[in-house]
Write a protein that binds this ligand. Structure first.
Ligand code: ZN
Length: 138
């Protein structure tokens, strides 16, 4: 069995951002040489996500608005922030949007459904964060 691990680094300009990381994952898959297997992609921080959805700007603004309604930013809004942090909202947003994804690899390609793309979701940015890509198979 082949195995390939790779780490992507991020340091976003904004506190919240969505970044399409599909090209980087496809590049990692090429390097792995895997033709049949599984590709795991996950955020390595508890205030950021990796998720799959459409690369459409309106939808991304909808995600932002929806998340802000569910878990608005605010230092005095969360018990977690009593610990001296200000990112209680970001932990909740991360949990809603998920830790990571697994995509099947078929004939050397990510076996997506229609319009599926992989995104990094940052909810407490402006600092160094990482994403793990792990590909296993034959
Ligand atoms: Zn925190």
């Amino acid at each position: 069995m082949k195995s390939h691990s790779e780490y992507l680094s991020f340091n976003t300009k904004n506190r919240q951002e969505f970044i399409n990381i599909t090209p980087q994952v496809e590049e990692a898959l090429k390097k792995s040489g895997v033709k049949e297997g599984l590709c795991l992609v996950n955020a390595m921080h508890i205030t950021s996500s990796v998720f799959i959805n459409d690369d459409e700007g309106g939808l991304h603004r909808d995600f932002s608005g929806w998340l802000e309604k569910l878990a608005p930013y605010g230092i005095d809004k969360y018990q977690h922030n009593l610990s001296g942090e200000d990112n209680g909202d970001a932990h909740l947003k991360r949990t809603i949007m998920g830790r990571g994804v697994v995509v099947a690899v078929t004939v050397g390609k990510l076996d997506f459904g229609p319009w599926e793309q992989i995104f990094y979701g940052e909810f407490d940015g402006k600092r160094k964060k990482r994403v793990l890509i792990k590909i296993i198979g034959e």
